[in-house]
Each structure stands twice: as C-alpha cells, then as structure tokens.
Design a protein around this ligand. Structure first.
Ligand code: ZN
Length: 190
C-alpha cells in the first residue's frame, strides 16, 4: 500500500485508540504516527481524552459494583448461617423435649434433670437394675426398670431413689449418679 493520507489516518484514529482495528491497519497507523507529527499529536490528544473519563467515571462504578457484590455476599452468607442456626435450634429443642431421657420405676416416670453427682443423698435406697432402654421414643418408658433415650451403656446400671421418692439416680460406670426427677405416673394397665 502506498502512502496513507493524514485524512485517512484521522478517520481510523478513533478505532485505533479503541484497539478495534485489524493488525494490518494497526501497523499502517503505527507506521504513519512514527513519521507524522501532526497525526501523532492528534493521536496523543485522543488517547488522553479517552483514558481520562474512563478512569474518572468507571473506577467509582467498579468500586460500587464491588461493594454491592460484597454486600450481596454478606447477605447471602448471613441468610445461610441464620437458616442453619434455626434448623439446629429447632432440632435441638425437638430432641430435647420429645426424646427425653426417662426411667420408669415403681409406677412413675422420672426425667433426667440437673448435673451428675458423686455422692448419693443420705437416705437413698437401691431399687434395682436398669433392664432395658428404648431409643427414639417420645412416649417414655411404660414398664418398671426400663428407660428411654439413654445411652445403651447404661443398661444394667443400678438405680437408686431419694428418701422423698422425688428423684431417682442411675449409677454410671464411672461412679457418677445421674439424677432423674419425678415427672409423671404410669397409667396402670390392670
Ligand atoms: Zn499524518
């Protein structure tokens, strides 16, 4: 291609500045700019014209987009966490009130309550041994010396009763006494 006129370069220059020209065109323009000061000045002016608004206007927008994205992320994360917390609490409450640890002795049901103790209160008497444990039971034990929702390892452990019959204690293998408080009487079936 012979010499390109400054007018032609002027027409292409905006596209050249935007970087949307073919490699051939870019080479032609670049070559011309090397030799023609007039067009080079025009190019420099155009370049700075384009670059300045981009930096001034897009940067805050980008920042805003970033901040908005971060806010959205925080919102999504906190929603997920809140949902998990609610499910966890609901599960815990459900388990705690529905599948309570209970022992039946002498026609009454005792529900586990309070901290384990290391020594029995004076006047407590041994009643017998825990015979069986049923799991995931919401209704509670119906037969004497049976329990619900206790760990299977407690089967066979001795059961003690306080003098006032309000509390029974299950003796743990490690020597602790697990307290159960009287909560209800079993409806006798005979
Ligand atoms: Zn020129």
């Amino acid at each position: 291609m012979s010499e390109v006129t400054c007018n032609t370069i002027g027409d292409i220059l905006p596209l050249y500045v935007d970087g949307v020209v073919s490699d051939d065109t870019r080479n032609i323009v670049a070559k011309h700019l090397e030799t023609c000061e007039k067009c080079r000045k025009k190019y420099e002016a155009m370049k700075s014209e384009v670059v300045i608004p981009v930096e001034d206007n897009v940067a805050p927008l980008k920042h805003f987009k970033k901040a908005w994205k971060r806010k959205k992320m925080i919102l999504v994360c906190s929603t997920i966490l809140a949902t998990i917390a609610v499910i966890f609490c609901a599960f815990f409450i459900f388990n705690h009130f529905v599948y309570q640890e209970k022992i039946a002795v002498n026609g009454a049901v005792y529900t586990q309550k309070g901290e384990n103790i290391t020594e029995l209160p004076s006047g407590s008497t041994e009643l017998g041994y825990l015979r069986s444990i049923s799991h995931r039971s919401a209704s509670g034990p119906s037969a004497d010396f049976t329990a619900t929702n206790l760990d299977a390892k407690y089967a066979g452990c001795p059961i003690y009763q306080s003098e006032d019959s309000q509390t029974v204690y299950l003796k743990d293998y490690s020597g602790f006494y697990i307290p159960f408080e009287l909560t209800e009487y079993i409806a006798q079936e005979n």
